[in-house]
Design a protein around this ligand. Structure first.
Ligand code: UT7
Length: 371
């Protein structure tokens, strides 16, 4: 049987319009534009408005990615949303995206590997395609970190931003697409970066709120040291696993947490700045969304062409880290025009009909129970 490959055929992003500048942050906490820029490289970040959520950003990014791939929503077999700021504890944010885009034939689930999550999600989607069990997947990294940031804590509030990015992965017998991945974790560092309250270990109560345990807590210095250690090594491992050399890689797209971490990885890999994508200045750290957002920016700048080899590499809470190598594909040629607004309308009608069906089913069941 011919081998199946998982190609990246669509990409899209979505960020809120509201931009929060370093100057504005100096009115909120004891910080300065000079400190934030010199220690992190961040200039601005996007912050979700009221009513904007992880699911709404994820939906917008997914539709943009499907539009590039020219793939109709009912053809999507699997939706994975990587996020640390899900819409609810459950149901999965991916199910809300499934309904909103009209992917009526898709399985949908969330995945949590913090800032490394998008690499995990790409690998899971690609593995499902390579195994032959599905044809098309949408993988999304989406966050509204502004909702779990303590805006009185200068150690964290200057770092994070909101946004979403998505890839469409599609099966093909043509070689290329996702070539390798390494996924790693070290739970002994779980306390270095976490939101302690709100889960089964520590449900939110008045004390948790008073102690601000429902917000991000981070030992920045330790996370920084860990990040500079793993970024280059994960890149090397993934490149070797793909049977390539670092010189064969046209572009590295790293997790955008801190310009100094990216520079350190580039130095260890002996790579010049033009082979590394950085967007941290404009978006801050959008966690799992940062790699797909940076990919979209690189494409918009004409830095990524079909046939290029790329590395996605990241690290984050868990601790987790990982890297994936892909040969960039671009969209498959289809002679059709998908009308996404029509699918969204049909999806709303379909959902409405499903709710009515459930109501009638309930009435019939209750009547039968009464007999
Ligand atoms: O996606 C993964 C998420 N996490 C990360 O990527 C974080 C990785 N870590 C980092 O990026 C860096 O460690 C930080 C940017 C968080 C901090 O930079 P640093 O160079 O490691 O600073 P530091 O923590 O060693 O703090 C140096 C000083 C401290 O003051 P003292 O104790 O030396 O007097 C901090 O209190 O800087 C102070 N500081 C600030 N000053 C002005 C911390 N935050 C701020 C701030 N403005 N916003």
């Amino acid at each position: 049987m011919a081998e199946t490959y998982a190609h990246i055929t669509g990409w899209g992003m979505a960020v809120p319009e509201r931009i929060l500048t370093n100057a504005e942050l100096t009115q909120m906490v004891d910080t300065s534009d000079e400190w934030i820029r010199s220690r992190t490289g961040i200039g601005t970040r996007h912050i979700a408005e009221n009513g904007q959520t992880t699911a709404s950003l994820a939906t917008e990014a997914a539709i943009n990615a499907l539009r590039v791939a020219n793939l109709s929503p009912p053809d999507v077999d699997m939706i994975i949303v990587s996020t640390s700021t899900p819409e609810h504890i459950f149901p999965a944010t991916a199910c809300l995206v499934q309904e909103r885009i009209g992917a009526v034939n898709a399985g949908a689930f969330d995945l949590l590997a913090a800032c490394t999550g998008f690499i995990y999600a790409v690998n899971m989607g690609a593995q499902a395609i390579r195994s032959g069990s599905i044809q098309n997947a949408v993988v999304i990294g989406a966050e509204t970190l502004s909702r779990i940031v303590n805006w009185e804590d200068r150690n964290t509030c200057v770092l994070f931003g909101d946004g979403a990015g998505a890839f469409v992965l599609q099966a093909s017998d043509q070689p290329g697409g996702v070539l390798s991945a390494v996924l790693r974790s070290d739970g002994s560092g779980s306390g270095l970066l976490s939101v302690p309250a709100g889960g089964s270990a520590h449900p939110i109560d008045e004390q948790a709120i008073a102690d601000k345990q429902h917000y991000i807590q981070m030992n920045g210095r330790e996370v920084f040291r860990f990040a500079t250690r793993v970024m280059a090594s994960a890149t090397r491992e993934a490149v070797e696993k793909a049977n390539l050399l670092i010189d064969d890689i046209q572009l590295i797209i790293p997790h955008q947490a801190n310009q100094r971490i990216i520079d350190s990885a580039a130095k260890q890999l002996k790579l010049p700045p033009e082979r590394i994508v950085t967007t941290v200045e404009d978006y801050g750290n959008t966690s799992t969304a940062s790699i797909p957002i940076a990919t979209c920016e690189a494409i918009a700048d004409g830095r990524l062409q079909p046939g290029d080899n790329i590395v996605l590499v990241g690290f984050g809470a868990g601790l987790t880290w990982g890297a994936a190598v892909a040969e960039w594909s671009g969209p498959f040629p289809y002679e059709r025009k998908v009308r996404f607004s029509l699918y969204r309308l049909l999806s709303r009608i379909w959902s409405f009909l499903q709710r009515i069906r459930r109501r009638f089913e309930g009435i019939i069941w209750d009547t039968e129970d009464d007999k």
